[in-house]
Design a protein around this ligand. Structure first.
Ligand code: TPP
Ligand code: MG
Length: 907
C-alpha cells in the first residue's frame, strides 16, 4: 500500500527537509531504543509530569543548539490516555453492551420500517451506528438530568443520530412503539417523531436544534459561556454542570463549528466538552481521504488552547502496543491517510495483516500470534466503552480549559455488507433479509430468523435486568436526558410606568428611534423586576447605536474583571469591564452574538431564569448573514428582542450597498413565531416592547421580536390617542386629512422613517393639489399579511359561516380615495397585503442595490421621498379619471422629478 507523507505528523516532514541540506545519517535503532527506555524508566519512577518536563527541557536544549524542530500541535496517532492510566470501568460492561445492542436494533428498525411504509421517507442508520458507544457511556455514567437541586448537564445531540436517542427513550419507556412506528410521520393520528431534534415539534423532549450542521458547536460554546455569565452575575449558583456537544467530523468543515473555539479556551470553559465522532466519513465519502481529520482537528483545538483527548484504539490494541517497545506501531498508525484507514475497515484480516502490518517485518512479528479474524476485529477507540469512559472521565475532571474528545469510529458500525464503512452508508435505509439476520446475530437480539425480518421493536420486560439497570443508572444521574421543561416563573409586574414617558413624545427634540430605544433600555435596566434580567448583546457596535453610556452604568461582562486601567478611565463613559458586567460585548461576530441571544432567550427553560436578551446589531448583518441561527432560535422557542439597528435602505446614509438594509423585513417573513415591526416613533417601540415582555415572560408565549430602529433624528410625537392595538396589529391612522370633505382623496401608508415622507407628501398634496390624504403608520406588514392569510383560510374552511374580515380591510372600510404605500424595504411588503385593500395599491419601495450617498439623494434614487409619494397619488387619481393629465405633467415639473432616471433594480 502506498503510504504518502502524513499531513500533520512532524517527523517525516522534518527528515524530508533535512535531507536536502545535510548528509543523511541512518538512525541507529539501538540508540533510539536507549532513549525510549530511559524515558520509560522516568515515567515509571517519577510519573508523566516529570517526563513531560524533561521533554520540554530537551526541546529547549535542542533549540539552543541549533536544532530547528518544526512546530507541531500534534501528538502521535495514539490514544491520549495510555492503558496503564485508564480508570476502572465502573459499570456492568456486559449488561451495558446488551442494552446498547437493543438500542441499536430499535434505531435501525425504526428507520427501515419507516421506509418500508413510506418509500423515501428517509432517516439515518449509520450515524448512530457509529456513535452508539459514545452516547451510551454518556447516558450510563455522565449525563446528569435536571433536578430540583441541580441544574443538570446540557447535551447537544448530533442531529442525524436522533433515531438512537429515540430508541433509548423507547427502552426507557418514555416513547411508545406507536411513536417509533411513526418516525418521520408526525402527522399520523397519535403523533410520531420528528426527523431531528426540534424543540418546536417535541417541546417536552428536545432542548436544542442541532441538525443544521455547525450551529450546535457554536451554540454550545456560547451556552457554556452564558452559564458562567449567569453565575458571575449571581443569577444562578456556581455548579459543575457540563455542556456536551456531539458533532460529526464532517460537520467540522462548517466555519461555524470551529469559528469560536478560541473564545472557549480564552474563557477557560472547562464546563464544555465537545465529542467529535470521527468516523472519517461524511455524506459523500471520506472527510479527508488524503489526510487525517483527527490530526487536523487535534492541531486546531490544541492550537486554540483546548484539552484534546484522542480515543483512537480499542483495548485489543493494548497488548500489541505493549509488545512494540520500539514505537514502530504508533509510527505506522500515523502514516496512513484516512482513505486507507477506511479501506482497512471494509477489508479482511489478511488484508489488514498484509497492508497495515506488512510494511515492516517487525510489525508483522507483533501480530504473528493473532489469526486474521482477530486482526479484523481489532476495535477502534470510539467503540470501546472502557476507552470512551476513560476519555469522558478525564474530560469532566479537567480544569482550566474546554476539552474535545476525538473518537475514532466506523460509520455504519455493525451494518456489515449493508454499509459498514462504505461510502454509501450515510443514506442506507434498507437492509435485505440476510443483512438483517446478520445484524440481529452480531448484536445478540433475541429474535428468530423469521421474526427479525419483520423488524419488530424490541423492549425487554419491565423487570428484566436490562431495564432495571438502565433505570437505576438514570435515577442515579438525576433523571432522563434529553428532557425539556419550562422552569421559570412568570413575571408579574405590568411595567406601565416604565414606558409612560415614551408615549408622551420628545417635545420637539429630535431623536432617532435608536436613541429612543437606548433610553428605554436604560430605564428597563433600572427596573426592580426586569432590570437584572435584561441581557444587552452587541457585536462591537455599541457606539454605533449610542449605547456607550451603558458601559459605565452596567458594565461589560468579563469573566476576569478588568485587569488593566482603561485608556479612557478619566472620562465619564469609560470602558468598564467587570465580572458582574451585564452587557455581552461579543466582538465582531453576529453568529456568536446570536448564539448568546439563544442561550439567554432560552434560559427560561434551560435554567428556569427569565433572562430577556436585547441583541442590537447592524440590521443588514442580521437576517442576511445569520438567518439559519435565527431559524434555530425560533425552533428552540427562544424569547427576546432582536434589534436591527441603522436599518433602512435609504435611512442609513452613506454606507452603500453592503450595509443598507432593505431586505430584513422580507427575510423575517418566513420565521413563523417571530413578530417583525418597523416602528416610526418612540411610543410605537414602547408599546411593542411592553407587550412583547408581557406575552413572552408573563403569558409564556413562544414568540420573539424583531424591531428595526433607525439613526435619522426627528421629533417624536405623542401617541395620538389609544392606538396600542393598532400598533400591535400592524397599522393605525396616524394623521387624518384636515379636510375630509375634499373631492380628491388619498390614503398614504408609511413605515419607519418613510412615515415622515408620507406626512410631507400629505402636506404637498393638500396645499398644492387639493388632495386630502390620510396618513397611516404601518408598523408591521408581516402582521397584516398573517392576519389576512388566516382570515382567508378560515373563510375557505367555513363557507357557511359569516365571513371574517381581514384587519387591513376593516381599517380601510371607510377610507376613501387612492392608495399609496411607501417603505424603506422591498415593494413586496406592501404589495403582499394589497389584495385585502378596497382598491388598487401603488407601492413604492427600495428594490435594488444601495448607493453611497445622503438620505435625500437615496430617496430620490429609489423614488420613495415625499415627491414620489405625491406623484404616485396624483397618478392613481389620473388613472381613476379624477384629475386630468396636465395636472400630473405639471406636478412632475414642479416636483423636479426626472422621468428618465433608470430603474434602481437594474442599475
Ligand atoms: C448545514 C448543513 N448542510 C448539509 C447538511 C446535510 N448533511 C446531513 S448529514 C451530512 C454529513 C454528515 O457528516 P458528519 O458530520 O461526518 O456526520 P456523520 O454522519 O458521519 O457522523 C450532511 C452533509 C446538513 N444537515 N446541514
Ligand atoms: Mg462523519
Amino acid at each position: 500500500m502506498a503510504s504518502p507523507q502524513p499531513h500533520f505528523e512532524g517527523p517525516d516532514a522534518e527528515t524530508a527537509n533535512e535531507t536536502a541540506v545535510r548528509p543523511q545519517h541512518t538512525i541507529d535503532d539501538v540508540e533510539i531504543q536507549e532513549w525510549l527506555e530511559s524515558l520509560d524508566s522516568v515515567l515509571e519512577s517519577s510519573g508523566p509530569e516529570v517526563a513531560a518536563e524533561i521533554l520540554e527541557r530537551l526541546r529547549a536544549h535542542a533549540t539552543v543548539n541549533g536544532i530547528d524542530l518544526p512546530f507541531s500541535a500534534n501528538t502521535p496517532y495514539a490514544n491520549t490516555i495510555p492503558a496503564r492510566l485508564q480508570p476502572l470501568f465502573p459499570g456492568d460492561q456486559e449488561l451495558e453492551r446488551r442494552i446498547k445492542s437493543l438500542i441499536r436494533w430499535n434505531a435501525l428498525a425504526m428507520v427501515v420500517r419507516a421506509n418500508r411504509v413510506e418509500h423515501n421517507i428517509g432517516g439515518h442508520i449509520s450515524t448512530y451506528a457509529s456513535a452508539a458507544t459514545l452516547y451510551e457511556v454518556g447516558f450510563n455514567h455522565f449525563f446528569r438530568g435536571r433536578t430540583e437541586g441541580f441544574e443538570g448537564d446540557t447535551v447537544y445531540f448530533q442531529g442525524h443520530a436522533a433515531p438512537g436517542i429515540y430508541a433509548r427513550a423507547f427502552i426507557e419507556g418514555r416513547i411508545n412503539a406507536h411513536q417509533l412506528e411513526n418516525f418521520r410521520r408526525e402527522l399520523k393520528p397519535g403523533g410520531g417523531l420528528s426527523s431531528y431534534p426540534h424543540p418546536w415539534l417535541m417541546p417536552d423532549f428536545w432542548e436544542f436544534p442541532t441538525v443544521s450542521m455547525g450551529l450546535s458547536p457554536l451554540m454550545a460554546i456560547y451556552q457554556a459561556r452564558f452559564n458562567r455569565y449567569l453565575e458571575d452575575r449571581g443569577l444562578k449558583p456556581r455548579t459543575d454542570a457540563k455542556v456536551w456537544a456531539f458533532i460529526g467530523d464532517g460537520e467540522t468543515d462548517e466555519p461555524e463549528s470551529l469559528g469560536a473555539i478560541t473564545l472557549a479556551s480564552r474563557e477557560k470553559l472547562d464546563n464544555l466538552i465537545f465529542v467529535v465522532n470521527c468516523n472519517l466519513q461524511r455524506l459523500d465519502g471520506p472527510v479527508r481521504g488524503n489526510g487525517q481529520i483527527i490530526q487536523e482537528l487535534e492541531s486546531a483545538f490544541r492550537g486554540a488552547g483546548w484539552n484534546v483527548i484522542k480515543v483512537l484504539w480499542g483495548s485489543e490494541w493494548d497488548p500489541i502496543l505493549e509488545r512494540d517497545t520500539e514505537g514502530l506501531l504508533v509510527k505506522r498508525m500515523g502514516e496512513l491517510v484516512d482513505g486507507e484507514y477506511q479501506k482497512l475497515v471494509v477489508s479482511s484480516g489478511a488484508y489488514v495483516r498484509e497492508q497495515f502490518f506488512g510494511s515492516d517485518p517487525r510489525l508483522l512479528q507483533l501480530v504473528e500470534p493473532l489469526p486474521d479474524e482477530a486482526l479484523r476485529r481489532l476495535r477502534l477507540g470510539g467503540h470501546d466503552p472502557r476507552k470512551v469512559y476513560a476519555a469522558y472521565k478525564a474530560a469532566v475532571d479537567y480544569q482550566g480549559s474546554p476539552t474535545v474528545v476525538l473518537a475514532r469510529t466506523i460509520k455504519g458500525y455493525g451494518l456489515g455488507e449493508a454499509g459498514e464503512g462504505k461510502n454509501v452508508t450515510h443514506q442506507q435505509k434498507k437492509l435485505n433479509e440476510d443483512e438483517l439476520r446478520e445484524f440481529r446475530s452480531r448484536f445478540g437480539i433475541p429474535l428468530s430468523d423469521e421474526d427479525c425480518i419483520e423488524l419488530p421493536f424490541y423492549r425487554p420486560p419491565e423487570e428484566s435486568e436490562e431495564i432495571r439497570y438502565l433505570r437505576a443508572r438514570r435515577e442515579a444521574l438525576g433523571g432522563y436526558v434529553p428532557q425539556r421543561k419550562v422552569r421559570s416563573k412568570p413575571l408579574v409586574a405590568e411595567h406601565d410606568e416604565l414606558y409612560r414617558e415614551f408615549l408622551e413624545g420628545s417635545e420637539g427634540r429630535e431623536v432617532s428611534t435608536t436613541m429612543a430605544f437606548v433610553m428605554m433600555l436604560r430605564k428597563m435596566l433600572k427596573d426592580p423586576e426586569i432590570g437584572k434580567l435584561i441581557v444587552p448583546i452587541v457585536p462591537d457596535e455599541a457606539r454605533t447605536f449610542g449605547m456607550e453610556s451603558l458601559f459605565r452604568t452596567v458594565g461589560i461582562y468579563s469573566s476576569v474583571g478588568q485587569r488593566y486601567e482603561p485608556v479612557d478611565v478619566n472620562t465619564l463613559l469609560y470602558y468598564k469591564e467587570a465580572k458582574d458586567g451585564q452587557i455581552l460585548e461579543e466582538g465582531i461576530t453576529e453568529a456568536g452574538s446570536m448564539a448568546s441571544f439563544i442561550a439567554a432567550g432560552s434560559a427560561y427553560a434551560t435554567h428556569g431564569i427569565n433572562t430577556i436578551p436585547f441583541f442590537i446589531y447592524y440590521s443588514m448583518f442580521g437576517f442576511q448573514r445569520i438567518a439559519d441561527f435565527i431559524w434555530a432560535s425560533a425552533d428552540m422557542r427562544t424569547r427576546g428582542f432582536l434589534l436591527g439597528g441603522t436599518a433602512g435602505r435609504t435611512t442609513l446614509a452613506g454606507e452603500g450597498l453592503q450595509h443598507q438594509d432593505g431586505n430584513s423585513h422580507v427575510l423575517a417573513l418566513p420565521v413563523p413565531n417571530l413578530k417583525a415591526y418597523d416602528p416610526a416613533f418612540a411610543y410605537e417601540i414602547a408599546v411593542i416592547i411592553q407587550d412583547g415582555i408581557r406575552r413572552m415572560y408573563k403569558d409564556g408565549e413562544s414568540l420573539f421580536y424583531y424591531l428595526t430602529v433607525m439613526n435619522e433624528p426627528y421629533a417624536m410625537p405623542a401617541m395620538p390617542g389609544d392606538v396600542k392595538d393598532g400598533i400591535l396589529c400592524g397599522m393605525y391612522p396616524f394623521r387624518k386629512a384636515s379636510n375630509s370633505r375634499a373631492k380628491l382623496r388619498a390614503q398614504l401608508f408609511g413605515s419607519g422613517a418613510t412615515l415622515n415622507e408620507a406626512l410631507r407628501a400629505q402636506e404637498i398634496l393638500e396645499t398644492k393639489y387639493g388632495v386630502a390624504a390620510d396618513v397611516w403608520s404601518v408598523t408591521s406588514y408581516k402582521e397584516l399579511y398573517n392576519d389576512g392569510m388566516e382570515t382567508e383560510r378560515w373563510n375557505r374552511l367555513h363557507p357557511g359561516d359569516k365571513p371574517r374580515v381581514p384587519y387591513v380591510t376593516q381599517c380601510l372600510a371607510d377610507a376613501p380615495g387612492v392608495l399609496v404605500a411607501v417603505t424603506d424595504y422591498l415593494k413586496v411588503l406592501p404589495s403582499m397585503v394589497s389584495k385585502w385593500m378596497p382598491r388598487r395599491l401603488a407601492a413604492l419601495g427600495t428594490d435594488g442595490f444601495g448607493r453611497s450617498d445622503g438620505r435625500a439623494a437615496l430617496r430620490d434614487f429609489f423614488g420613495v421621498d415625499s415627491r414620489f409619494i405625491t406623484l404616485a397619488a396624483l397618478h392613481e387619481l389620473l388613472v381613476d379619471g379624477k384629475i386630468e393629465r396636465p395636472v400630473v405633467d405639471k406636478a412632475i415639473k414642479e416636483l423636479g422629478i426626472n422621468t428618465e432616471k433608470p430603474n434602481p433594480i437594474t442599475c
